[in-house]
Design a protein. Structure first.
Length: 294
């Protein structure tokens, strides 16, 4: 039986958890409470005490076509980025799971991208896919106008999808690889003895057994695309061109720190936070039960 640590005096336990609770309060609860306050109030144009307006801010954002455009763009980005990152990571995990020469090195190297900050990823992809330099410039010389994310909204969306997918591939890769290694080798060996090919074993044995991992990563990736994509968008496209990459999280920043409309930005943040909470609830309510660790 595992022994639990007990404290004879409550002040010692309180002293140990106080720093963590202080950080949580200062960087989470306090900003969240201020966002709620600003979401239901508005600031007078010439300063002063905020005025209570109730649901007026929410009615305005839900009636704004620009806001619904950001919602559509965010959903498109989430679906495209999640699909690409999961498919790529699954292919890499299946390839590395085989006992090939140097497979341990591949495992280590493939995890690196997730440790890179989002702005750094965006800056790297901005230079890699610049239409005036590198291999994209050569393609544009051969086929004029083939690639230019500065003026083409589809190209800009593809750019941020590539950048975010590249970053999330490493995260998904670790979970898929762990899931593959948890599959009993006896099942694969028995299928191989029956004459099943490598591709057949992947589709008939490995993928069905990876279903819990797949659904878990699906929720995590969609949540990440909504809340952790600001750095990539800000560095690569800045929400353009013509709001083609104006994601919900980036619009909150634009309205709050550029347009200085704190009330509208706070209301949008509440909507985004509600969406993330709903996704998290789905994860723990329906997906978590399907994940087995034994």
């Amino acid at each position: 039986m595992d022994k639990r640590v007990t404290f004879k005096s409550l002040w010692l336990a309180g002293a140990l958890i106080a720093p963590q609770m202080l950080l949580v309060f200062v960087f989470f609860y306090w900003p969240a409470s201020q966002a709620f306050y600003w979401a239901f109030t508005t600031q007078p144009p010439f300063g002063g005490v905020n005025e209570w307006v109730g649901l007026q801010n929410f009615r305005e954002i839900f009636a704004d076509r620009v806001y619904w455009n950001s919602v559509q763009v965010s959903v498109l980005f989430a679906v495209a980025s999640t699909t690409l990152s999961i498919v790529m990571s699954l292919v890499l995990a299946v390839a590395v799971d085989r006992q090939l020469t140097g497979y341990r090195t591949y495992r280590f190297v493939l995890f690196w991208p997730y440790a890179i900050a989002a702005p750094a990823v965006g800056l790297a992809f901005r230079f890699i896919f610049a239409p005036q330099a590198g291999f994209m410039a050569a393609l544009n010389d051969a086929f004029p106008g083939l690639w230019n994310p500065a003026v083409n909204g589809g190209h800009a969306m593809a750019l941020i999808v590539f950048a975010n997918s590249w970053k999330m591939v490493a995260y998904n890769f670790i979970f898929f690889l762990a899931g593959l290694q948890s599959i009993p080798r006896s099942l694969l060996e028995a299928a191989a003895m029956d004459g099943s090919s490598v591709v057949r074993r992947v589709f008939d044995i490995q993928l069905p057994l990876l279903a819990p991992t797949f659904f878990f990563l699906l929720v995590i990736n969609i949540t990440e695309t909504f809340v952790d994509s600001f750095g990539i968008v800000d560095i690569t496209t800045g929400g353009g061109p013509a709001r083609a990459t104006d994601l919900m999280v980036f619009k909150i920043y634009s309205d709050g720190f550029k347009a200085l409309d704190y009330s509208m930005a706070a209301a949008q943040s509440i909507v985004l936070m509600t969406l993330v909470v709903c996704l998290t609830f789905i994860q723990f309510r329906f997906v978590e039960r399907k994940i087995h660790y034994k």
